[in-house]
Design a protein around this ligand. Structure first.
Ligand code: DON
Length: 319
């Protein structure tokens, strides 16, 4: 029954998607391409691409869906699940909280105000840096190799790699992230044995993993099916850890616009400053979007508009 349901709506979407993409592309003008990581400023502002993947691997790809971009904050969803696999829930939540902040993704405000030093959640930069420090591996290179292997596994055997230019560009300009990380060190969220620059290097690298909408949709599909890849039938990620990751995506995946996104779209999603969005319709689709022009809250303006259109037209809200 369910299989039939998603097939019918896949055909429905196929016919109308090109028009939806072009209508949403007009919203690119409302935002700006991120430039605080200088290399990201090179992205085409008007681009908009989407891939939607169903459980048999059937794919709809429209607009600039072949454009590659870096995962940025989208990577944090997967490093969180890997850290949970390495440390368990107790280990991870000893270092990072479970609440949305209402502050910018790179804010340090609440780090000092409440529970000194412990980041509010794993998707803000401070929380993601703490999570990165928990990933197993003897050296930064070993940790990064495990992260890439995990991402590739979740992407159905992809061959993802770090974009070295974006990595270097972020590392050279990341004064804010450096200050957050040293603050975490001062508060012993990053322990004695942890070298701050090593953690930052792994964090910048996983943010700089290059990907396409189709590969993002493939990764999202595994989340849509609770950690089991519906294409191979293999369980790749424990269901509980996917549940945790999706809870955070809903609460804070779109940063300070997460509440509005939950009301208007109503599905778990995670954005990144490159303009990527990973989203999923539980039990039905994995979705990858790229639209580099960002609104004031840091999310792709055209990408969010496209998801709003699709969710309201196709009744996707989980609520
Ligand atoms: O740490 C940073 O600033 C970037 N590597 C990632 C931030 C990001 O994608 C926030 N997204 N909206």
């Amino acid at each position: 029954m369910e299989m039939e349901g998603w097939k019918i709506s896949m055909d429905e979407i196929r016919n109308i998607l090109p028009a939806w993409v072009e209508a949403s592309r007009l919203h690119a003008g409302e935002g700006r391409v991120a430039s605080y990581i200088p290399e990201l400023a090179k992205a085409p502002q008007q681009a908009l691409g989407i891939a939607v993947m169903g459980p048999d691997g059937s794919l709809l790809a429209e607009g600039d869906s072949s454009l590659s971009f870096t995962m940025q904050s989208i990577s944090k969803v997967f490093t969180l699940m890997l850290a949970l696999m390495d440390n368990g829930e107790e280990g991870v939540f000893a270092k990072v909280g479970m609440e949305p902040t209402g502050d910018d993704f790179n804010s340090m405000l609440k780090l000092e105000l409440v529970e000194p030093g412990k980041p509010f959640n794993p998707l803000i930069n401070a929380g993601a840096i703490a999570v990165t420090s928990l990933i197993s591996g003897d050296t930064p290179a070993a940790k990064m190799a495990r992260i890439l292997a995990f991402f590739n596994h979740a992407a159905g055997g992809a061959d993802l790699a770090v974009n070295a230019d974006v990595y270097r560009s972020e590392s050279a300009t990341a004064h804010r992230n450096r200050s957050l990380a040293y603050f975490l060190k001062d508060n012993e969220v990053l322990g004695e044995e942890i070298d701050v620059e090593d953690v930052l290097s792994v964090y910048f690298q996983h943010c700089a993993v290059e990907i396409t909408c189709v590969q993002l949709a493939r990764m999202a599909l595994v989340l849509a099916f609770n950690g089991t890849d519906p294409i191979s039938g293999r369980q790749l990620i424990p269901r509980r850890y996917v549940q945790i990751a999706k809870s955070f995506m809903l609460m804070c995946g779109m940063y300070n616009a997460s509440g509005e996104f939950a009301v208007k779209v109503g599905i778990p999603a995670k954005s990144g400053v490159s303009g990527g969005i990973l989203a999923l319709v539980p039990g039905r689709y994995g979705i990858g979007i790229i639209g580099p022009s960002l609104g004031s809250k840091g999310n792709s303006t055209s990408g969010v508009h496209l998801l709003e259109t699709m969710s309201s037209s196709l009744n996707w809200s989980i609520f």
